[in-house]
Design a protein around this ligand. Structure first.
Ligand SMILES: Cc1cc2nc3c(=O)[nH]c(=O)nc-3n(C[C@H](O)[C@H](O)[C@H](O)COP(=O)(O)OP(=O)(O)OC[C@H]3O[C@@H](n4cnc5c(N)ncnc54)[C@H](O)[C@@H]3O)c2cc1C
Length: 419
């Protein structure tokens, strides 16, 4: 028997203990449910652990945009670009790409921005109670985030998006080159203008945070099971069966928070639910002499530079290439070479990482009951902002399962939008 396994039926079983799954577990536990969470990885090793570490409540501008279909081909063909494709996978992604392009039309983009802005505006209220309960406030640092532009053209092109964020209530300050270097004196003087998001913050170690949240969940009576789930039995019988190895967990409700792997467990949604992945990379560079005070995004280059202890993490890029396959050295070199233009004192590359953003073609998460079985709740597809949105997703899922009103209208995120 696996450690932690108890022969009992739970109110709720959750598959996936990433930021989304553990947040669902904690909110459900707070609402009085008996909860079990199962993951094949140890706590803290999910996608968030390699992220850019930003609480990005300003991130309501999706990658979808009316101009992207015209810019993307050139970006893909360039060697020094944060966008890449694995050509041997792309035929499998055609339905996703077709829907992605359809979601680049102006009225669709406006809908996405509105829907992202609403859920992001509730992100902090979904996350902080969990962090405070778990005594984990030492794992966040409130010094805002910077988003910088090295060309006047890049900045001018971004102005409509900056206005859009302001109109949606994002707190930001447009700053001059002088102000940038006052805030980040170690940056090379190549930036023209920037935006300071003062309410954003940094997760110091997202993996450690998830570990701490999981430990708190267990201390409060929750069950963590280590196992690879192979099947979800529907609730047509008395309750739901979550099968892993030769064991079955029984629960009244199941939450599928398995990130980019969620469809492996939901074969009946295959072809109907366009979940795929935007692969993203990070490299860790020795950086003790080249400190930054906060995460710094370089807008034109598509990555963040985030200070961690004695190292700087350079994280970002989008590679369309599925869940298999090797690292693309070209993207790692691109991150290293370009980051060293901004921070020439950076040292050697100490490690590299590849992670799988769970992404829907309309850049919105999927949160709500499965179209086939109302007792199976879907909670995935948080693309570039799952670390930020995990907490509020958990709060929504707990309201749905508790039969209570959700904190706001969640229809833009409902699974049925793809049926
Ligand atoms: C380079 C990069 C930078 C990023 N930076 C940021 C950022 O700064 N801020 C931000 O908000 N977001 C960021 N993100 C996005 C964020 O990391 C993801 O959206 C988020 O981590 C997704 O969380 P999740 O819980 O849905 O999925 P995951 O973190 O992928 O967790 C899913 C879990 O399910 C488990 N699982 C899957 N299938 C099974 C199975 N069959 N049986 C058992 N367990 C299973 C997996 O082991 C995994 O632990 C970034 C992503 C990348 C790649």
């Amino acid at each position: 028997m696996m450690p932690g396994y108890k022969e009992q039926k739970y109110d709720v079983a959750i598959v996936g203990a990433g930021m989304v799954g553990i947040s669902c577990a904690l909110w459900l536990q707070r609402s009085g449910k008996s909860v079990c969470i199962i993951d094949r990885l140890p706590p803290g090793e999910s996608t968030a652990s390699g992220s850019s570490c930003t609480f990005a409540d300003y991130a309501c501008i999706p990658i979808n945009s009316p101009s992207l279909p015209f810019q993307a081909p050139g970006m893909i063909l360039r060697k020094d670009s944060p966008l890449a494709i694995k050509w041997n996978y792309i035929h499998r992604m055609l339905p996703w790409l077709a829907q992605f392009l359809a979601n680049c039309r102006p009225h669709k983009v406006t809908h996405i921005i509105d829907a992202l802005a609403v859920i992001l505006s509730h992100a902090e209220s979904g996350l902080m109670p969990l962090i405070e309960d778990a005594y984990a406030t030492d794992l966040i640092k409130r010094r805002g985030c910077l988003y910088l532009y090295n060309t006047a053209k890049g900045y001018e092109a971004a102005r409509p998006d900056i206005r859009t964020r302001q109109e949606r209530g994002v707190s930001l300050h447009e700053i001059s080159a002088g102000e940038i270097y006052d805030m980040e004196p170690n940056l090379e003087h190549l930036f023209h203008r920037g935006v300071y998001f003062d309410k954003a913050f940094q997760f110091l170690f997202p993996g450690k945070l998830i570990k701490r949240l999981t430990a708190h969940f267990v201390t409060q009576g929750g069950t963590f099971i280590s196992g690879n789930v192979s099947e979800i039995e529907s609730s047509e019988a008395e309750n739901i069966g979550i099968i892993y190895g030769d064991k079955t967990i029984r629960a009244d409700k199941a939450v599928i928070a398995a990130g980019a792997h969620a469809l492996d467990l939901l074969p009946w949604l295959s072809g109907k639910m366009p979940l795929d992945t935007e692969r993203g990379y990070h490299i860790m560079l020795a950086g003790s002499k080249t400190g930054l005070n906060r995460p710094v995004g370089w807008a034109e280059k598509g990555f963040y530079m985030t200070p961690l202890v004695n190292q700087i993490r350079i994280a970002g890029t989008v590679e369309l290439g599925g869940l298999q396959g090797n690292y693309t050295e070209q993207l790692l070199s691109y991150l290293e070479k370009t980051a060293k233009q901004a921070l020439p004192g950076l040292g050697a590359r100490e490690s590299s990482w590849l992670g799988f953003r769970p992404s829907m073609p309309d850049a919105l998460p999927v949160i709500g009951p499965s179209p086939r079985d109302k007792n199976i709740i879907l909670a995935f597809g948080h693309q570039h902002v799952g670390l930020t949105l995990g907490g509020i997703t958990g709060k929504i899922v707990a309201s749905l399962i508790g039969g209570e009103p959700t904190p706001f209208d969640i229809s833009p995120y409902c699974p049925q939008r793809f049926q």
